[in-house]
Design a protein around this ligand. Structure first.
Ligand code: SF4
Length: 319
């Protein structure tokens, strides 16, 4: 009997329930490995000889990232090293022993960087103002320095699909930009390649996986900062959509990988000014009067728009 089934039995489930739970958990593990492997392959995130610095915050996502990368490393046809790094920002009540204990127990090389950014942020930012932007700037600089010192060639972060989607809508709603969170990028100092191997993974899956693996989660509210209200609202909006219109969020996420600059309005991405008729028919070419895709979902909340001839329409009548 597998370890997973044994642990489900210990949790008080019947043998049949335990088997079913173990099957589901096994499926979840396989899905995470497949999605992370796919993202790594699609974006060429990890190459032979890389030293990957996995940034561990003590939250569910970074634990899941480290765990899945360790599994994939065993199966990979290439060889790469992993070093886990945590930045202890000296937040009040940060349980400094939790991560070292965990990392020792799974025999992963690690480095804990102690830097009191908490005091700096508290000193510099007036009471009541959000502290996150200075805090993350400081953290970023420190992590890049540590990556240099450790000789890391890649810096891996635990952002997942939902983080990417939320950032996309935040940028659109509040920054007027079509801009998400890149799966792979060169750091602003130009010296590091940052990767997000969980880019295809849903947050609900990292949540379930963390519970399944019993990761020793460190609460993320130790700094006392207010939760980002706008991000929270976007998260709520996406959850609501997913509930009402299953598949919608998945479609939006897929659309981030299928961008058609000629059908947007960014003149720096497409030379509209140089566009000329070629006189040559292209069977795969565009048609000028594309119809908008029809909404087929007539469930609650959907709107059916019927087109009327002008003379039948009340709006256009003279009376
Ligand atoms: S929530 Fe706290 S620890 Fe996280 S970025 Fe904001 S201030 Fe820093």
């Amino acid at each position: 009997m597998s370890n997973i089934v044994t642990s489900e039995l210990k949790a008080g489930l019947t043998a049949r329930q335990a088997e079913k739970a173990a099957f589901e958990n096994n499926k979840l593990h396989k899905r995470l490995c497949r999605q992370v492997g796919q993202a790594i392959g699609d974006f060429n995130m990890i190459e032979d000889g890389d030293k990957v610095m996995v940034c561990l915050s003590g939250g569910k996502d970074s634990y899941a990232l480290l765990d899945i990368l360790l599994t994939l490393r065993e199966r990979a046809p290439i060889s790469f090293d992993i070093v886990a790094v945590n930045l202890d920002q000296k937040q009040p009540n940060f349980p400094g022993h939790v991560l070292p204990d965990y990392l020792r127990s799974i025999e992963v090389p690690f480095h804990i960087e102690e830097q009191d950014t908490y005091s700096i942020v508290k000193r510099v930012i007036p009471e009541g103002k959000t502290t996150c932007s200075l805090c993350s700037r400081l953290r970023r600089g420190i992590l890049y320095r540590v990556a240099d010192e450790l000789g890391a060639t890649k810096v891996a972060l635990g952002h997942h699909r939902d983080d990417i989607m939320e950032t996309f809508f935040l940028n659109m709603f509040f920054g007027s930009k079509l801009k998400g969170m890149p799966a792979k990028l060169v750091s602003d100092d130009g010296k590091h390649v940052v990767i997000r191997p969980l880019a295809y993974v849903r947050e609900a899956d990292t949540e379930r996986y963390a519970a399944l693996k019993n990761f020793p989660i460190i609460p993320c509210d130790l700094c006392g900062s207010q939760e980002n209200l706008q991000r929270k609202q976007i998260k709520g909006m996406l959850r609501e959509w997913e509930k009402k219109f299953p598949g919608r969020v998945e479609n939006i996420f897929s659309s981030l990988s299928t961008v058609i600059p000629s059908h947007l309005m960014d003149r720096s991405l497409f030379e509209f000014s140089q566009l000329k008729a070629t006189g040559i028919a292209n069977p795969d070419g565009d048609i000028a009067f594309d119809e908008a895709p029809c909404a087929t979902n007539t469930g609650p909340g959907s709107v059916v728009i019927r087109l009327q001839r002008a003379e039948d329409s009340d709006i256009d009548s003279d009376d």
